[in-house]
Design a protein around this ligand. Structure first.
Ligand code: F6R
Length: 242
């Protein structure tokens, strides 16, 4: 695992955006794995700025997001499809047909998970998977005790994760308790992984991921097995590292 510690969150987010841009410039038909969440917003802002400045084209890029809430239609404002359309896809020259997220409103979510996994394989697998980390060490929605060999499937979100995500929902809105998520094994199959974490709130899960035992209680620790994983941190997120 390669660990890069930058002074500020802004510098860490900038470095992550640069890595993604480099991957696209090296291979215009790159298959990117994407993440949502607060950490990624400034990364997508930078990628959009780069595109607007005429320095980056997404025209050949294919994307697969890590996860989607079960029960939310793509048009739901809190769906991850809406998030991605809003913050990235509608702002760049990507072909929407090549942007993939699991369908949260699929009639048979398990079949949808299997279809999603198969589509990733049909597209030749992921060149670079972008990841955030949950306070409990989750990657995607692989909550603690997820099998390190798991594939795309339905996961029940922990109370902690639902509470963390509640900030995006109105008080009267139901917060989904299930998600379709790429598995830990699916993530490990990506040819490269890039995990970004900023802020003191991520210091404990970051230390468990990097220095803790390889264990299903911290799914992010599975990245210790990956031959090409880069972790980008700001000083606050790195503060518990020895
Ligand atoms: C989102 C995802 C999650 C988040 C993680 C961190 O698609 O898969 O694993 O990356 O929960 O979220 P933030 O960045 O909001 O702290």
């Amino acid at each position: 695992m390669k660990i890069l510690i930058l002074d500020t969150a802004e510098a860490a987010q900038e470095r992550a955006a640069e890595m993604i841009s480099e991957a696209i410039r090296e291979r215009s038909r790159t298959v990117l794995g994407l993440a949502t969440g607060g950490t990624m917003l400034p990364v997508y802002e930078r990628l959009v700025a780069c595109h607007r400045a005429g320095k980056l084209s997404f025209s050949g890029v294919t994307t697969f997001n890590l996860d989607e809430y079960v029960g939310l239609a793509p048009s739901h404002p809190q769906s991850y499809r809406s998030y991605m359309n809003r913050v990235l896809f509608s702002q760049v020259d990507i072909d929407l047909q090549r942007t993939h997220l699991p369908r949260g409103d699929a009639r048979d979510p398990e079949a949808e998970a299997a279809r999603y996994e198969a589509t990733i394989a049909q597209c030749g697998g992921l060149d670079l998977q972008l990841l955030g980390i949950g306070h409990n060490g989750h990657i995607g929605f692989n909550e603690p005790t997820s099998s390190l060999k798991s594939r795309t499937r339905i996961k029940t979100l922990t109370r902690e994760t639902r509470e963390a995500n509640s900030r995006y929902f109105r008080a009267d809105e139901h917060i989904p308790s299930l998600a379709i998520t790429m598995g830990v094994g699916t993530i490990l199959d990506a040819r490269g992984c890039l995990l970004l974490a900023v802020g003191a709130g991520k210091a404990a899960p970051v230390a468990a991921m990097v220095e803790g035992p390889l264990a299903a209680v911290c799914p992010a620790s599975a990245l210790q097995l990956h031959p090409k994983a880069t972790v980008i941190l700001d000083r606050a997120a790195a503060q518990d590292l020895k």
